[in-house]
Design a protein around this ligand. Sequence first.
Ligand SMILES: Cc1cc2nc3c(=O)[nH]c(=O)nc-3n(C[C@H](O)[C@H](O)[C@H](O)COP(=O)(O)OP(=O)(O)OC[C@H]3O[C@@H](n4cnc5c(N)ncnc54)[C@H](O)[C@@H]3O)c2cc1C
Length: 572
Amino acid sequence: MADRYQTFDHDVLVIGAGGAGMRAAIAAAEAGLSVGLVCKSLLGKAHTVMAEGGIAAALGNVDPQDNWQVHFADTMRGGQMINDYRMVEIFAKEAPDRVLELERWGGLFDRTADGKILQRPFGAHTYRRLCHVGDRTGLELIRTLQDKAVHSGVTVHMELTLTRLLNEAERIAGAFGYRREDGQPVLFRAKAVLLGTGGWGKVYKVTSNSWECTGDGCAMAYEAGAELMDMEMVQFHPTGMVWPPGVRGILVTEAVRGEGGILRNASGERFMQRYDPKKMDLSSRDVVSRSIYKEVQAGRGSPHGGAFLDISHRGAEFIKKKLPSMYDQFLTLADIDITKSPMEVAPTIHYVMGGVRVEAGTGATTVPGLFAAGEVAAGLHGANRLGGNSLSDLLVFGKRAGEHAAAYVRALRSVPVPDERRAAEEWSFLQRPFEAGGNENPYAIHEEIQDVMGTFAGIARTGEQLAEGLQKILALQGRAERLRASGSMLFNPGWHTCRDVRFMLTLCEAIFRSAIERRESRGAHWRLDFPDQDPAWGARNIIVRLGDAGMQVDTRPVPPLPAELARLMQAA
Ligand SMILES: Cc1cc2nc3c(=O)[nH]c(=O)nc-3n(C[C@H](O)[C@H](O)[C@H](O)COP(=O)(O)OP(=O)(O)OC[C@H]3O[C@@H](n4cnc5c(N)ncnc54)[C@H](O)[C@@H]3O)c2cc1C
């Protein structure tokens, strides 16, 4: 095998160098194991680098009343109670330590007057809780982790796409893929594999997500037998750019509203008064997104189908200091000076709450030796993620998954040997688009996927629409059997897209099948034909797995809250 493919050996292979993957790699390396860290782009360029508004942790630096209990209750309420409470408890308790650790490793946050980490308000957080670096928090997080990972002895493999997990019987034994630069095959032998591969916002056209977010890791886990959970829960962020068309979907951070930004409709009315008079502009993302949608439907939208977001009353100096990226973004891309004029915004696909089902404390998936953390993993955020809770998720569960992957490796009695046939199968699958007979353009298929998702699995859904969308995705799956790539394997994005769309189509099928199943409205999942929450569905998570006859959908009880945590919900 080593002769056919460039081959590497690691105890733990971490796929993904965003916040989750890097934090996991550091933990596994600190446990004394050999760790390989693989990413599609250059180190430091993962999607996490784009994070803007901040990282949520109940440090209580600005509002001393804040504590883990309130963060727990906010997160459960935000997720509309289908979150895994065990994950939420761990998360709320450990997030402050992970932030302070990041600071010890060199992360420089904005400060309070007395030198503590400054915290800002954000949607549906009871207290000012988001530690931040202006509106460039992700950059600081990535820089700090990158430095720490390199100095912890992690081996980094950049510009490499892994496309198949390898197994020995039931357990994980490595992964296989190709070098993006020259298309050459690469095989990793590993005793444990940890997914930190992020989300799949690229299945939608209007999205804040980067090109990397095609869901490869989640689809690979599904193909390897792992369970996926709550795939219907896809988050629209209420404020993406709308105009000009080329920038549609780019994020306008929630920090704008955190710092006092006000939403208005075309008549200048503060319409959030109608939908959530208590939290107003800082209501949760699902509520604000639906509110903008309803305003547009009622004919009160902005000229390009959204709403206005105004922060100009805070003054130029404040805006340039607290929101420098937003200031630059609007000036450069839309020729709008946000210190003087309102921004035009509309909902954009931002985050996936669903993903690979993991064990709460360890990140273990249902496949032995396969772990997952970060956006690719499900459970923490339930039906709707609160802003700022992703970055702390990456640190808390990245660390835990890295430690538990290391413990799993240490407890192994024999070294798993990858099934060579799987690697050969994948290599011939990858080369198929170059063979004669294919006639489908991968970019065209990707565009059609995005059209189908936007039209049939958008903010507002009906059973009929979802069923039609599913049929369209199944038809695209058929056409994707005949994908065509031209040119050579030397850096060939068209060929890369052939594999990406296969992953995306699998996840779209899972989104549709799960969305059809959940016959209620909850969080990000808004069914016009079932407009209310149904307590019976509030007690179920939806599970997708690969069965003998293809994708199988099932439900599983949401773990019930123990009495002491249920009391926190009443108290808050
Ligand atoms: C514009 C924007 C602003 C945001 N702001 C905030 C914020 O302020 N606060 C907050 O909490 N959240 C924020 N989020 C959300 C948050 O940034 C993401 O949820 C989070 O960064 C995801 O991190 P991750 O480590 O799970 O994955 P990612 O950062 O997406 O990293 C995935 C990694 O996996 C690699 N990978 C994927 N597939 C493969 C493959 N097949 N082979 C090899 N490598 C692969 C990629 O190359 C990459 O290195 C924001 C998101 C966006 C888009």
